[in-house]
Design a protein around this ligand. Structure first.
Ligand code: FE
Ligand code: FE
Ligand code: MG
Length: 172
């Protein structure tokens, strides 16, 4: 079994400086990892099928965000492993653990896709804000700074998409 052979990379001093329940922390990070994977796929597949005004600009932004979400997933997985945990191993687990869920871009219109992704960003901002409330700076500075950085990206994502949608709505 995969879980049995996974090498625990957590250093003992690295564990000691975490002043919170590490199991709960890992679970929280895995839920965020699940959201990032679904966000990645939603952006990625959306960039393939999107249609309508300013399509190239929208595609470029969607691909950029997809890559950012994948980078977030990578950061979360690395931290989970550092903490002695295991990143989620299957799409079934990802679907179950996700808090923000997945909005299939069944309508390819630029504004519909942007709207769905804006909703996703709003959910991500709320979740990361909640995590920051729990992972205080003094409890685990490494996770704190990582989540703060991800939150900063999500705030930027929301604004990018909102202004794109605003510009498209102004086209007559
Ligand atoms: Fe993200
Ligand atoms: Fe995002
Ligand atoms: Mg952007």
């Amino acid at each position: 079994m995969l879980s049995a052979i996974r090498v625990n990379r957590m250093g003992s001093t690295g564990t000691k400086i975490v002043k919170m329940n590490v199991t709960e922390l890992i679970e929280m990070l895995n839920k965020a990892l699940a959201d990032e994977w679904l966000a990645y796929y939603q952006y990625w597949v959306g960039s393939k099928i999107v249609k309508g005004p300013m399509r190239p600009d929208v595609q470029k932004e969607l691909i950029e965000h997809a890559n950012d979400e994948l980078k977030h997933a990578d950061m979360l997985a690395e931290r989970i492993i550092q903490l002695g945990g295991q990143p989620l191993l299957s799409p079934d687990e990802i679907k179950k653990a996700s808090a923000c869920g997945y909005a299939a871009p069944s309508d390819p219109h630029v504004l519909k896709i942007l709207k769905q992704n804006i909703q996703g960003e709003r959910c991500a901002i709320a979740i990361y804000h909640q995590i920051l409330e729990k992972v205080k700076l003094g409890n685990d500075p490494i996770t704190f700074h990582m989540i703060r950085k991800i939150l900063e990206d999500e705030v930027e994502h929301e604004e990018d998409l909102e202004s794109l949608a605003e510009d498209i709505a102004l086209i007559k």
